[in-house]
Design a protein around this ligand. Structure first.
Ligand SMILES: Nc1ncnc2c1ncn2[C@@H]1O[C@H](COP(=O)(O)OP(=O)(O)OP(=O)(O)O)[C@@H](O)[C@H]1O
Length: 262
């Protein structure tokens, strides 16, 4: 018997006014896979992630997580399923009014609540410190405010918060944007380690082809509202698909027409 994919999307559509963003997206993400989604700016990659997270309601289609149709499940069931998703946002999205440790505990609290575990600070603090050390941060960093951290450290904290509670699904929205190439590689390595350590299934959005190949084992390209190519992440630079090849090599000439040609 073949295993059902952890995430199965069929015919997903979303428009904003007359602007069609997703026009029938079909995607299977097998358990334990790290799927990287590439595509031009404004093609709907974040909208796709937000639909899966329940932050945007699609117009049509189905999203199944472990065989459950999340769009049609009861609200408490939807909530339970989505609590099992960890998310690293593009700008790490940390709360500046809270210490680093409290930011990590915020992620932990939500996960523990979903797992009916106690929410006592004294119980969560050691776990939050372990999470910080897992992403290479010293205990002393816990007392700082996110605004006192470098971009790379903020991403580490965002990652610690995302992996709190051992989610079985992880989403990464442009995890290396704004980092220098070396720090980008370090964060990619951490992400890959965390995903493999947790045995999670991951979806990452990125514009960075080196990052895509470090994080992902599978890849897909979103173009004009559809996933027009899927393959191994290692094939990204030589997919044989003219649209993917133009995009991954950053060529101006080719089948992709920019909205505002010079
Ligand atoms: N809440 C919203 N209301 C109206 N339009 C929206 C909304 N969210 C997204 N869009 C539009 O949907 C399109 C896709 O946006 P999205 O952020 O998913 O692109 P993206 O592929 O993630 O781009 P980038 O790589 O630049 O981050 C854009 O035209 C955007 O303006």
């Amino acid at each position: 018997m073949t295993q059902q994919p952890r995430i199965r999307i069929r015919g997903l559509k979303k428009s904003f006014g007359s602007k069609v963003v997703l026009d029938g997206v079909d995607l299977d993400v097998e358990t334990g896979t790290s799927m990287v989604i590439i595509g031009g700016s404004g093609t709907g990659k974040s909208v796709l992630l937000r639909c899966i997270l329940g932050l945007i309601e699609p117009d049509a289609g189905t999203i199944e997580i472990d065989g459950v149709d999340v769009l049609r499940a009861k609200p408490h069931h939807q909530h339970q399923i989505r609590q099992n998703i960890g998310m690293l946002f593009q700008n790490a999205a940390l709360f500046d009014s809270m210490s680093v440790l409290d930011n990590v505990m915020f992620g932990l609290r939500a996960k523990r609540r979903a797992q009916s575990k106690p929410l006592l600070r004294s119980e969560m603090q050691p776990e939050a410190l372990t999470l910080l050390s897992q992403v290479g941060l010293d205990e002393a960093v816990g007392t700082l405010s996110p605004s006192e951290l470098s971009g790379g450290m903020q991403k580490r904290v965002g990652l610690a918060r995302a992996i709190a509670g051992h989610p079985n699904i992880l989403f990464f929205d442009e995890p290396t944007t704004g980092l220098d190439p070396i720090m980008g590689a370090v964060i990619d390595g951490l992400i890959a380690d965390c995903v493999s350590h947790l045995g999670s299934t991951a979806i990452a959005i990125t514009h960075d082809m080196a990052s895509a190949q470090r994080i992902g084992n599978r890849a897909a390209m979103l173009y004009q509202g559809k996933l027009i190519w899927q393959g191994q992440a290692s094939e990204l630079m030589h997919s044989g698909n003219p649209i993917v090849d133009q995009f991954t090599h950053g060529r101006r000439e080719g089948p992709i027409k920019t909205e505002h040609p010079l």
